[in-house]
Design a protein around this ligand. Structure first.
Ligand code: TMP
Length: 200
């Protein structure tokens, strides 16, 4: 039987350089056969949910509705894109996953036990390894604003982004074997080298 692929997730706040890192991994020899995907999204149905999720006013959805939308998208994504690739022996690299829900919807007030229970019962799949890109919120938001118009979450106030950083770091501290924290204030080339070292 074929060896199952590794499921690697990339996490971090707004503008911490996730897309740049993912591009670097895509062009590396180590991950030339990997499947690259993202959340919310990553399957046709989940991309439709993403469009609802990220656009509109900051208060378009309350936090619990966000959890329900994210879980619906994640279940579809895992069933249709991630699981088939892992079963075929391909590594999967996913830009955001469950830790983003724990951080974003957690900071927005959703109970952590509900997030974890819903994940266990409706999705189930846990990452093999996670890279957390960590940078002060000022650095990230300045980078994010350089890109095309800010999305619903980028427009949330500064305190939200500081709390997000703390939430991500708390997850990393609780699960040091799974989560490697990368200093995202370094150059993209250095961050990529750190990431490849962590994923050997
Ligand atoms: P992106 O900008 O990294 O593509 O992510 C889209 C937005 O969705 C981002 O602001 C974070 C947010 N998000 C959540 O709030 N909860 C989640 O579970 C995920 C995956 C993303």
């Amino acid at each position: 039987m074929k060896r199952r692929g590794r499921f690697i997730t990339i996490e971090g706040g707004e503008g911490t350089g996730k897309s740049t890192l993912v591009d670097g991994l895509r062009h590396s020899d180590t991950f030339s056969d990997a499947v690259f995907t993202r959340e919310p999204g990553g399957s046709p149905g989940a991309e439709e949910i993403r469009a609802l999720f990220v656009s509109g006013d900051t208060d378009r959805w309350d936090a619990l509705t966000e959890l329900l939308l994210i879980n619906a998208a994640r279940r579809d994504h895992v069933m249709r894109t991630i699981e088939p690739a892992l079963a075929a022996g391909q590594d999967v690299i996913c830009d955001r996953y469950l830790d983003s829900t724990r951080a974003y919807q957690g900071v927005r007030g959703v109970d952590r036990a509900l997030i974890d229970n819903m994940h266990r019962q409706t999705v189930g799949l846990s990452p093999t390894a996670t890279l957390l890109l960590d940078a002060p919120p000022e650095t990230g938001l300045a980078r994010a604003k350089v890109r095309a118009g800010p999305d619903r979450f980028e427009r949330m106030e500064g305190g939200f982004h500081a709390a997000l950083r703390t939430a991500f770091l708390t997850i990393a501290q609780a699960e040091p074997k799974r989560v490697t924290v990368l200093d995202a204030t370094r150059s993209p080339a250095q961050t990529l080298a750190d990431a490849l070292d962590a994923l050997i």
